[in-house]
Write a protein that binds this ligand. Structure first.
Ligand SMILES: [Mn+2]
Length: 298
């Protein structure tokens, strides 16, 4: 799909979408492999027609695949500065689609978005985990610390982030949440009250935001649907349910998203990469034509 849509002659300002791979899994706490995801998902996409599941064609999309931004021997801090700078450039002129990498790569992405939109930004975090640890295994830039790093320094108001699909708590995260109530929709609540009700809570809360950023950890899905990920958590969602969430969020001014934690070496028959590719395709179908989302740069 991307090889038929990708047009290297486009300038960033001319694009509808820019794809950037972030092949970094140095901050995964358990099993690595997410660094291989951008290339695997690209490769799969080249065998899939550029159409949504509803039959809409994406052939009109102006797509520029920027390839991978490599860590190139940099420290994690230095690499993240490079990512943040690139993300800021992309947020200024296109709809970025970032492919991780472990979830730590969202730290510079969220920083860039928060610096641009500030209190006008909403964030939707689809994940089994909160990623609110102060520190994990001695690393403050761990994939388990993503949002904790963002809330520090008041970069983003806590009440404008929605944690959806949560079914895992580190003790330090539970302690943190005692002082700092979060917009939390646990997996069991979605199971008991239904997906539309969960989606409606998020949408009504964020609908007046100037911009909404979406970060999708593939372990939001149940391991049955996404076995290829570093820290799977049973009791999650089907691929069908993920796609349904995306459809609900189409009314929001989504300005870009990342999809992280796909780990091809841990996968079976590329199930997880296929799910990721599907989610990216549907996200483009739902979000790119959303006029509200495009107003900020057109
Ligand atoms: Mn996770």
């Amino acid at each position: 799909m991307w090889n038929s849509l990708h047009n290297s002659a486009l300038t960033l300002k001319q694009t509808d979408v820019a794809v950037l791979g972030l092949p970094f899994d140095g901050a995964a706490s358990y099993r690595k492999g997410a660094a291989e995801a951008p290339d695997r998902i690209r490769s799969i996409s080249n065998h899939i027609a550029p159409t949504t599941e509803d039959g809409a064609s994406l052939e009109h999309l102006k797509v520029l695949d920027l390839g991978n931004l490599l860590p190139s021997g940099l420290s994690q801090e230095a690499y993240f500065e490079v990512i943040e700078k690139k993300a800021a450039e992309l947020f200024d002129c296109t709809f970025p689609t970032f492919i991780g990498g472990d979830h730590s790569v969202s730290i510079p992405l969220l920083r860039a978005a928060a610096k641009k939109w500030g209190s006008g930004l909403g964030v939707i975090h689809l994940d089994a985990h909160l990623d609110l640890c102060f520190e994990l295994e001695g690393n403050r830039l761990s994939h388990g610390c993503t949002h904790r790093r963002i809330f520090e320094g008041g970069l983003l108001p806590f009440e404008q982030v929605w944690f959806v699909g949560i079914r895992s708590f580190e003790t330090q995260e539970s302690n943190f949440l005692k002082d700092q109530p979060a917009n939390l929709i646990k997996a069991m609540e979605i199971y008991e009250k239904g997906l539309p009700s969960a989606a409606a809570r998020v949408v009504s809360s964020l609908q007046n935001c100037e911009a909404v950023y979406l970060t999708i950890d593939i372990d939001f899905l149940d391991p049955a649907f996404a076995p290829g990920t570093g820290t799977p958590k049973p009791g999650g969602f089907s691929t069908r349910e993920l796609l349904a969430f995306l459809k609900h969020f189409a009314v929001l001014p989504i300005i870009g998203f990342d999809l992280v934690e796909v780990a091809p070496p841990l996968d079976h028959a590329d199930i997880t990469s296929f799910a990721a590719q599907r989610a990216i395709t549907e996200a483009w179908g739902y979000f790119i034509n959303n006029n509200r989302a495009r107003n900020h740069f057109k």
